[in-house]
Ligand binder design. Structure first.
Ligand code: SF4
Length: 476
């Protein structure tokens, strides 16, 4: 069964979410379930939880949403003093069951591992390990990290992780479960987020702070780029395990990936996104009668644009929030109305009006083109697109599925050419400078390669595409 082809929003595809905690006096599986429930927006293909009790690791993982994979019975069976969890959207490897996480590996160290990111040297590491006789069950790069740690001869898990991490290239916010507790680490550039929090006397890590909130945790700080944090009976232990790389946090997390109520680098995401809309209104004003958002992603920036421009804001597009996960194919008759299953325009709001449509990004442009036509059909006299991010022109090698450059509408096109392609009366993007102004930071500590083509890591070739390990498995 494959998800239906009803067009989804046109943004980049989400990545993964991780969660981990040590709390022997709590129902760790249940807390992890709710942590993952809060992180569901980061991946909807599979979900999994592993717990550790008396030296044994148990794991349940399957394709589907968190609420589809787990029921009361499965959660009750997952007992233990520590747990990790994962929600997945595949960036390396297909969405097959074997690629669901957490991944379990036995060896010198028995570990379960969950990972958000993408290794750019996965093919080399995979080949090296296979030459050593290591076998793999999956085609995900996460199993490579798990195998390297599990097979490491060091006496302690801390020493094993400290030796393995410098050999990994790319993006990885990772949680590892052992019989001692949870070990969380981030790549030296800190490309993907990882927050550290406290629940009572115990500690918890999660991709985003919204997952700490839901379990009653308090956000303490972020795990630092290159840092390993151990959560166990002694509280937290921390150690720097990688360095020598400038910080390069993914600026797209601020624009799109993170939930609006999460805090990234000290900023509430909803507030930053509103500010992006305000700055966009200053940079690219337009005479119009109403500002509408492409829901939900464009909501905060549309609010900011309306406030700054003084143009009233209304809901001109209504979104059906549940349609993206239907497994029933719409059939020929309905497919031509496919987008209406996702968005429906409100003629009462847009008819006879000059409309500003605010969204946070355009990748391929198919959805946006349909939306423009739909609004005109509903009576809009002018449609002006305002995008609260710069044009996406380059692929991401660090865990985000952005399509190929040829599929990106802004690749090799001027802004006017893109506007013409989309059928809009005008189009403007937020400048890179405006983006950094909105998050109160600058390029020196971020990755913005999908906008600029300037990749922060030394080696960023795209040899390791999403299915690189599957291709390798076929070739070998
Ligand atoms: S290329 Fe874009 S999406 Fe990928 S890590 Fe950099 S900023 Fe984020």
């Amino acid at each position: 069964m494959t998800p239906s082809e009803i067009p989804d929003r046109d943004g980049p595809r989400d990545e993964c979410g991780v969660f981990g905690l040590y709390a022997p006096e709590s129902d760790v599986a249940r807390l992890t379930y709710f942590g993952l429930y809060a992180l569901q927006h980061r991946g909807q293909e599979s979900a999994g939880i592993a717990t550790a009790e008396d030296g044994h690791i148990m794991a349940v993982r399957d394709l589907g949403l968190v609420s589809q994979v787990f029921d009361e019975q499965k959660l009750r069976a997952l007992t233990g003093s520590a747990a990790i969890g994962h929600v997945r959207y595949s960036t390396t490897g297909s969405s097959a069951w074997e690629n669901a996480q957490p991944i379990y590996r036995q060896g010198q160290h028995d570990v379960a591992l969950a990972h958000n990111g993408n290794l750019i040297n996965a093919v080399e590491l995979h080949a090296e390990l296979r030459d050593q006789g290591v076998t793999f069950q999956s085609t995900s790069d996460s199993e490579i990290i798990a195998a390297m740690i599990a097979n490491h001869p060091a006496a302690t898990i801390q020493e094993a992780i400290a030796d393995v991490v410098p050999r990994l290239e790319g993006a990885f916010s990772t949680v590892v479960l052992t019989s001692e507790g949870v070990f969380a680490f981030r790549d030296a550039a800190g490309l993907r987020p990882l927050a550290l929090g406290r629940i009572g006397d115990r500690y918890v890590v999660a991709s985003e702070t919204c997952a700490l909130d839901i379990v009653g945790g308090q956000h303490l700080r972020d795990v630092l780029p290159g840092e390993m944090v151990g959560l166990g009976e002694r509280g937290i232990e921390t150690q720097m395990v990688a360095n020598g790389q400038r910080p390069a946090f993914c600026v797209f997390e601020h624009i799109y990936f993170a939930r609006p109520d999460s805090i990234l680098e000290g900023n509430r995401t909803q507030v930053s996104r509103r500010r992006m809309g305000e700055i966009l209104a200053r940079e690219s004003p337009v005479e119009a009668d109403v500002v509408i958002a492409v829901p939900d992603s464009g909501n905060p920036a549309a609010g900011g644009f309306a406030t700054e421009s003084g143009i009233p804001r209304d809901d001109g597009l209504i979104k059906n929030r549940y349609v993206a996960r239907t497994f029933i194919q719409p059939g020929q008759e309905l497919r031509k109305n496919g987008l209406k299953m996702k968005f429906n325009p409100m003629p009462e709001v847009v008819s006879g009006k000059r409309v500003v449509v605010v969204d946070d990004s355009i990748v391929r442009g198919n959805t946006t083109r349909h939306l423009v036509k739909m609004l005109r059909d509903a009576g809009a006299t002018e449609v002006h697109l305002r995008i609260s991010a710069p044009p996406i022109r380059f692929p991401c090698h660090y865990g985000i599925d952005m399509s190929t450059p040829q599929e990106m509408i802004a690749h090799d096109r001027t802004v006017d050419e893109v506007a013409a392609e989309l059928g809009a009366d005008s189009l403007a993007y937020l400048s890179l400078q405006g983006l950094y102004e909105a998050i109160g930071s600058d390029r020196s500590t971020h990755c913005d390669a999908c906008f600029t083509g300037e990749y922060p890591l030394e080696r960023s070739g795209d040899a390791n595409g999403k299915f690189a390990l599957e291709e390798l498995a076929v070739v070998r």
